[in-house]
Design a protein around this ligand. Structure first.
Ligand code: NAP
Length: 245
């Protein structure tokens, strides 16, 4: 394969940002997707270009199939066909089941899970043609062990794992791998909203004795996107400081 071209969803900030930067350092051209964080996404793309890399920032709400289709078209025109897809974009709308609104359920399923279907569907055709591809879904340890008040998030993240395993079976013989990364407790905007008391409790439960950083997760993504990971299929790699062992 001549050129590795990555698309990272939700790459303006948090874990997605770190993955975009690390893939660029590893030699990939990178499409930096965002929905609201236009300024930060442009900064990530500029940082990559400043390092001598190739990058574009591209706006799309990944829970909208038409916008996803348009995004892939745009990236193909500007960088070439995507052969590394990292589905990272995600939201939480936590609530106890009894109080959970249908909109809170739908928004999380649409953003975290349906987006994986939309993006993978667009990515897979050119990957099959090129006989090389990497599909990486950012799920959560939550899918493996649950979290109170997070039925919607746990369902979406568990769904991502099932999707990835089925997809891996479909494409494994075609030079394409599909795998998932399950981060534990990572310091980003998503976890910044938690109280200090709750954060302290989480950290106490982590064998590594500290919260993870976006960079910790990016290391696993760079590996899965590499040639070295070509025989790894349908796996979930927990990057969680030991929470799930
Ligand atoms: P974050 O800091 O809250 O960032 C969320 C990212 O998702 C942003 O870049 C956001 O982009 C993007 N996004 C949200 N809705 C989108 C949409 N409709 N279309 C396109 N992009 C959208 O979250 P994070 O902590 O980096 O989390 C990244 C992923 O890791 C998520 O899937 C999350 O579930 C997973 N994860 C995180 C943790 C953790 O502890 N932080 C643990 C396990 C799993 P805009 O700002 O442009 O909207």
């Amino acid at each position: 394969m001549d050129k590795r071209i990555a698309l990272v969803t939700g790459a303006g900030r948090g874990i997605g940002r770190a993955i975009a930067l690390e893939l660029a350092k590893d030699g990939c051209a990178v499409a930096v997707n965002y929905s609201r964080s236009e300024g930060p996404a442009n900064e990530v793309a500029a940082e990559i270009r400043a390092m001598g890399g190739e990058a574009v920032a591209v706006k799309a709400n990944v829970s909208d199939a038409a916008e996803v289709k348009e995004m892939f078209k745009l990236v193909a025109e500007q960088l070439g066909a995507v052969n590394i897809l990292v589905c990272n974009a995600g939201i939480t709308k936590d609530n106890l089941l009894m109080r959970m609104k249908e909109s809170e359920w739908d928004d999380v399923i649409d953003t975290d899970l349906n987006s994986l279907f939309y993006c993978a569907k667009e990515a897979v055709r050119p990957m099959l043609k090129g006989r090389w591809g990497r599909i990486i879904a950012i799920t959560s340890v939550n899918a493996l062990r649950g979290g109170a008040g997070q039925c919607n998030y746990a369902a979406a993240k568990a769904g991502m794992i099932g999707f990835i395993k089925s997809l891996a079976r479909e494409v494994a013989a075609k030079g394409i791998t599909a795998n998932a990364i399950a981060p534990g407790f990572i310091e980003t905007d998503m976890t910044a909203v938690l109280s200090d008391e709750l954060k302290g409790k989480f950290v106490e439960s982590i064998p590594a004795g500290r919260a993870g950083t976006p960079r910790d997760v990016a290391g696993a993504a760079v590996f899965l996107a590499s040639e070295n990971a070509s025989y790894i299929q349908g796996q979930v790699i927990a990057v969680d400081g030991g929470i799930t062992m």
